[in-house]
Ligand binder design. Structure first.
Ligand code: SF4
Length: 325
């Protein structure tokens, strides 16, 4: 059955001149049919360099937007249009909305009372002239309203590159505090978080270390600072993949979304990988299935296209980041 679906996907992919991109957190079967697997920016940059007409982005909404920002002439399809990133949606440019209502569309997503009584423009008014660093996990509109973007891999370099001693960093409080710890800048953080990583506690670390005494712990910087301080290594998803492949160690505890374990095990079948917690699962990342990829290619409906005025401004923020390193 799934081989029929895969055949149909491959057939349509060739017919539409499409490439299939899958984020490191996607389901294993989706990763296995992808042309490229990686983190969000890595994939969008890759897509921009490839001669194709259609990009099928197996990930969440802001990632498809980033692909559209960098490849405005290509059709970007998001197989599941409701696959969003709750953290990205925790900061808006000017829209005041109740998160409870906004979160209704998310499957199995805990509801957080995150009042949007404060917007990015309010923050800029409160701190006039203070530059804004936007994590790539933001909407295109927020990127357009920001001075520069950052990823979890380069946030420290980006922050250190700024002329100002004070910086506004949105939306992830944990990533911002991690950057603050490694920088002399004063960082004004937004109160956003990833609900997959933010739930991790010191107790989880202690328990995992007791269970796997020979393993080293690698954590994603979206985890709370107290967890990062206990980790042997802190890295983005792509950084984790590189680190584990190159490491002499044989056993690892991985503190990020469990989808990455598929890639880690494939890259290093002789090594052992354990999730820090087996429930580190992002429901939005798991929405995309082989069926939804097939449907997207058949119907060509779930198109994500960023408004040109926003796209140009957002691209400026991304380009500034890319010029740093
Ligand atoms: S894992 Fe966290 S940051 Fe990534 S898409 Fe899910 S909620 Fe957003």
């Amino acid at each position: 059955m799934s081989s029929d679906i895969i055949d149909s996907i491959l057939h349509l992919k060739a017919q539409r001149r499409a490439i299939l991109l899958a984020h490191n957190y996607q389901r294993p079967e989706v990763q296995d049919i992808a042309d490229f697997i990686g983190d969000s920016l890595e994939l969008s940059r890759k897509a921009a360099t490839i001669d194709c007409d259609v990009i099928v982005f197996c990930g969440v909404h802001f990632m498809a937007e980033s692909a559209s920002i960098l490849s405005p002439d290509k059709i970007v399809l998001l197989p599941e249009l409701n696959a969003g990133c709750p953290m990205a949606d925790m900061v808006t440019v000017s829209e005041r909305r109740r998160v409870k209502e906004h979160f209704k569309g998310y499957v199995e997503q805990p509801v957080y009372q995150f009042p949007h009584e404060f917007t990015l423009r309010d923050m800029k008014t409160k701190y006039p002239g203070v530059p804004v660093v936007a994590y790539v996990n933001t909407t295109a509109a927020v990127k357009a309203e920001s001075d520069i973007c950052c990823t979890s891999a380069n946030v420290i370099d980006v922050v250190n590159s700024m002329d100002s001693d004070i910086i506004i960093s949105v939306p992830d409080k944990n990533l911002s505090m991690w950057a603050q710890r490694h920088s002399n800048k004063r960082i004004i953080t937004w109160d956003g978080f990833c609900n997959v990583h933010d739930r991790i506690t010191k107790t989880d670390v202690v328990q995992a270390r007791a269970t796997y005494p020979n393993a080293i712990l690698i954590a994603h910087p979206e985890c709370p600072l107290e967890v990062l301080e206990l980790a042997d290594h802190v890295a983005s998803t792509s950084g984790m993949i590189r680190f584990c492949k190159a490491s002499d160690q044989r056993e690892f505890i991985i503190a990020t979304e469990t989808g990455i374990l598929h890639r880690l095990k494939k890259d290093s079948p002789e090594k052992l990988f354990h999730p820090l917690r087996s429930d580190m699962v992002c429901p939005n990342m798991k929405m995309t299935t082989l069926n939804s990829v097939l449907k997207a290619l058949q119907e060509m409906k779930n198109i994500v296209k960023v408004d040109e005025e926003i796209r140009i401004k957002a691209k400026t923020a991304l380009d500034r980041m890319l010029s740093i390193k």
